[in-house]
Design a protein around this ligand. Sequence first.
Ligand SMILES: NC(=O)C1=CN([C@@H]2O[C@H](COP(=O)(O)OP(=O)(O)OC[C@H]3O[C@@H](n4cnc5c(N)ncnc54)[C@H](OP(=O)(O)O)[C@@H]3O)[C@@H](O)[C@H]2O)[C@@H](O)CC1
Ligand SMILES: [K+]
Length: 529
Amino acid sequence: MIKDRILTVDQMIACERRSEELGVPASELMAAAGEKLAGHILSETMADGQPDTPEVVILAGKGNNGGDGMVAANHLFRSGISVRVVLCCGNPATETAHGAFEKLNKSIEVMFYDGDTTHAWAKAISESTIVVDCIFGTGFSGEIGRELQPLFIHLNTYARRVIACDIPSGVDARSGQAGVLAVTADITVTMHAKKLGMLLSPAKYFCGKVIVDDIGIPAAANTGDPLMENEIYAKASMLSDEQLGKKFLTSRKPWAHKGTFGKLVCVCGSDRYVGAAGISATAALRMGVGLVEVCSTENVVRSLSANLYECIFSTMKSDDSGCMTSDNAEEILSRLEDAKALLVGCGLGHTPETEKLVAELVEKSPVPVILDADGINSLVPNIDVLLKKKSTVILTPHPGELAKLCGVSQEEVLSDRLRYAYGLSKKYGITIVSKSSETIVCCADRTEVITAGNTALSKGGSGDMLAGMIASLTAQTKRSSLINCILACMVMGRCAEVLSTKRSERGILTRDILAYMPFFLKHLESGEE
Ligand SMILES: NC(=O)C1=CN([C@@H]2O[C@H](COP(=O)(O)OP(=O)(O)OC[C@H]3O[C@@H](n4cnc5c(N)ncnc54)[C@H](OP(=O)(O)O)[C@@H]3O)[C@@H](O)[C@H]2O)[C@@H](O)CC1
Ligand SMILES: [K+]
């Protein structure tokens, strides 16, 4: 079993393949999976409120998830539990599952699902005290077909207690996608390690309590395959505020001056998007940077300087589109001489000129560059300029921007977001902060899934805020981008969560979160829960 680490479906398949090479075949893994599953079902039959004579029904699909279920049925039968099996998709289709079916104790009643809810399979579901969902595991993708819909509706409506094997059926273990008919489990017993999809929305809301158990995959099987190089964790989201503060916040020396905390240059804003530049600059200041210089169009500078007293403003040349032009690059680069980070993109607008500007800044910046929003869109046509970068680059794309960066549809990105984020990070040696309801940060073979946050952040402005926070931390410290991105995501997510305890997520604005940030940081510094 891998503790803490999360696996993608492809990594799990690689583990299985390596396990086979190391002398532990799939049939042995299935035997262990079924035995462990049976153990957890047995414990559940003894839980408070369960009847003295429990009845269990195993719903088995035709893949190996169904095979696990048949092994579990034998163990339950031997333990004296009344158990029945429903074959939901016909006979087993894999060799291993077929082997398990052959070994199914002949005294166990086997029924076939046929879509008719007046038949025995349906009664078995509604009469049983525990329904074990082994219909689909990690091999599921797409939609639940029409022929199986009565099964899923019946199960979700009438099953008293549902234990899912590996992952609830109908949930995509790769992407975290799940249709409304996916099985809503009370408990999910997952094998060897949590699968990525179980941490992502909406899948995570279908899993119930997740138990990870060992199935005897040798430790050496966790290495030796290139797919295993990317180590995925969700450690920060599990930390208490006290631990988060202790682990991630750096101390501020009392004798520090503004130079100690770095200067950040923001190339943000356009005549149409004034607010984005203001939000990102404010977020950077709230996160503790020493100095912020905003380089923007005349209109943006005029609007923001009336309120944002703490920033320095530099007026850049712009064209009829209201966006900055590429001949500002030299001026901006000269302003980076005493800077520690460069933020490009919040409200930048996207024109042929911004494309040239972004390419030149990415190529020539001597300090780390954080690219967000139209900074990312403007980079797309010249993405290979990343191969010429002189400094660290952090990209903070939402799924649409990630799709453009990878040259695929948004739907394709959403079917395996981590694969695209990691692939991009690896190809260009950059950090990717793939934003969504759960944010995935990929940096040099280390991935962190951030689950903090809520729908208070599902509004225009949140992305600008996050980019400003990441840029601020980057300007202040020489720590790895991974740490800075994790801290920024966690602080933003937790601020939204704490604010939402007293106010509706609907009405919380970016400015409320920005105003609350120093209070939350104080709470982290104090180390109190
Ligand atoms: N990896 C390991 O180390 C170990 C893995 N183990 C277990 O194996 C499980 C993975 O098994 P698996 O790969 O056989 O796939 P599984 O989820 O049973 O089902 C695939 C079937 O579903 C079908 N299907 C797919 N989508 C569909 C749709 N939309 N609508 C309808 N049908 C759809 C698909 O059909 P196809 O697309 O091929 O026609 C195929 O027939 C894993 O979760 C764990 O429980 C353990 O035994 C121990 C070690
Ligand atoms: K399942």
